[in-house]
Design a protein around this ligand. Structure first.
Ligand code: FES
Length: 135
């Protein structure tokens, strides 16, 4: 009788540890960038502040919003994929990172100049009542 609860407890502890380990791995693999950009809905202001064919940086919210064509919005994490600095400038369609000089395409998130090797991850952006909502 005493063995069964012990075995069950051991199994539960093992499962709990496995669960914690799983969560830890999940947090590590996605934590670098996805936890930095908005993951819960964040209002960014009027949608018409984004130039058509251009983009705007919302540095405090760590997101860049582009409008490749009228009424179509795309969001990207503003956290550089090289070493995690927050990008600091958007000029035309070029996003620049101040730390080591990486540049990204503001309309696609693609790397235009290293050392970053990966594109900026997309962030969901929608327009709600004329306002941009990211995350
Ligand atoms: S962190 Fe952006 S270029 Fe290194």
């Amino acid at each position: 009788m005493t063995e069964q609860p012990t075995c069950r407890r051991t199994l539960l502890q093992g499962a709990a540890l496995a669960g914690v380990a799983g969560l830890g791995l999940t947090a590590c693999s996605g934590g670098g960038t996805s936890s930095s950009a908005p993951t819960s809905p964040t209002e960014l202001g009027a949608a018409d502040q984004i130039p058509v064919g251009g983009a705007k940086l919302f540095r405090d919210d760590k997101v860049v919003v582009a409008q490749p064509s009228k009424g179509t919005y795309k969001g990207f994490s503003a956290v550089c994929t090289h070493a995690g600095c927050v990008v600091d400038n958007v000029e035309g369609t070029v996003i620049s990172c101040p730390c080591h000089g990486s540049r990204f395409n503001a309309l696609t998130g693609a790397v235009e100049q290293g050392p970053a090797a990966s594109p900026l991850p997309e962030v969901a952006v929608r327009v709600q009542g004329g306002k941009l909502v990211a995350g």
